[in-house]
Design a binder for this molecule. Structure first.
Ligand code: GLU
Length: 341
């Protein structure tokens, strides 16, 4: 499982740096040289909601925390990461005040703020955008023995379209609708969490699964490294065009085969995609959002080394794909940095 080659050292590194912070923090509280005002400023804790541990959101939460925790003393701030059910779960938990931040697909950000789809007639007007991160593509992995090559072949099959809190579930439903397939009748749709998909495909308990995710990621590597051969399902141009013209948040995308040796396709796989974005609530203090934005942007070169899916990141494109209003803490940094007027 190649995923572990980079995920494990990374997680260890986050854990070690967190425990280092804890030790330092107790040393510091014993320190006499600090002013009373400084001492009375308690460290504030914020949690970033991510996704399954084999996706890209989870290490992304780790990477963002790492950036801001390096300056823990300057900001009196400690960020921690939580593995969650994905985008929809994250929006709802931010709105409930259970999470301060969450990584959310750009399509889900749009739907939540505008009150469509999972938030029909229930717009989340307190949702705020911070920045966008890596591109994600709607990825469909099928057992090669199932004969599934393109979307119509999914009919009659057992397909994990994603748990209700995930981002991919809505993408799967949109895709089936555009392809004229009734997902509730024409196939056996399951609602399993992404972290379990690869194992279930390898065990023959499902024929295919959907995952809207950055590449490369641990989940697809796990699916591709097993005894059962797999193939990516192509989304024909006609369907991609339909989706892109109907919805403002979809764009054509390709899954690069070179990242997944052993997968049975012959060339890069056409599909459609969105962007991962960092979201928060209007209620989160300005200086907290400012600190996170500033540390990620000022240390972007270091940030980009933390996951191969960040290769295409540049400061300018991290303000694209956002549909909720920007949080004032993010605006403050963008103005300072000359990224906004
Ligand atoms: N896009 C997926 C979701 O919103 C999560 C992908 C990941 O964890 O990297 O549920």
């Amino acid at each position: 499982m190649m995923m572990r080659n980079w995920l494990l050292p990374f997680s260890l590194c986050v854990l070690l740096s967190l425990s280092a912070c804890q030790e330092k923090s107790s040393e510091n509280s014993a320190e006499n040289g600090r002013s009373e005002a400084e001492k009375s400023q308690q460290t504030r804790f914020v949690t970033i909601g991510t996704g399954g541990v084999t996706g890209v959101y989870y290490p992304t939460g780790g990477a963002i925390s790492k950036m801001v925790n390096q300056k823990r003393e300057d900001y009196n701030l400690r960020a921690t990461v939580e593995s969650t059910g994905g985008s929809v779960f994250n929006v709802n938990a931010i709105m409930e005040g259970d999470l301060e931040f969450g990584i959310v697909q750009s399509d889900r950000q749009y739907q939540a703020y505008n009150g469509t789809d999972d938030w029909k007639d229930n717009p989340q007007k307190k949702l705020r955008a911070v920045f966008s991160i890596h591109p994600e593509s709607v990825t469909i992995v099928a057992g090669a023995d199932t004969g599934i090559k393109s979307v119509p072949d999914l009919k009659g099959k057992i397909v994990n379209i994603g748990n209700p809190g995930s981002g991919q579930r809505g993408n799967a439903i949109d895709l089936f609708e555009a392809a004229g397939i009734d997902w509730e009748k024409d196939l056996d749709a399951r609602g399993i969490k992404a972290a379990e998909s690869a194992g279930m495909l390898q065990d023959g308990r499902i024929d295919a699964f959907f995952y809207t995710v950055g590449h490369p990621n641990g989940s697809i590597k796990e699916a591709a490294a097993g005894a059962r051969k797999v193939r990516f399902v192509t989304v024909d141009k006609g369907i991609v065009d339909k989706l892109v013209s109907k919805y403002p948040y979809y764009a054509p995308a390709e899954i690069p085969l070179k990242m997944y040796p052993g997968v049975e396709n012959e060339s890069d796989v056409p599909t459609f995609g969105v962007k991962a974005t960092l979201c928060t609530s209007e209620d989160v203090p300005e200086d907290v959002v400012y600190a996170i934005t500033r540390e990620v942007f000022e240390n972007l070169d270091e940030f980009k080394t933390l996951h191969p899916a960040y290769e295409v990141l540049a400061r300018e494109n991290m303000l694209q794909g956002l549909s909720a209003p920007l949080h004032p803490g993010a605006i403050k940094y963008y103005k300072e940095a000359g990224l906004m007027e």
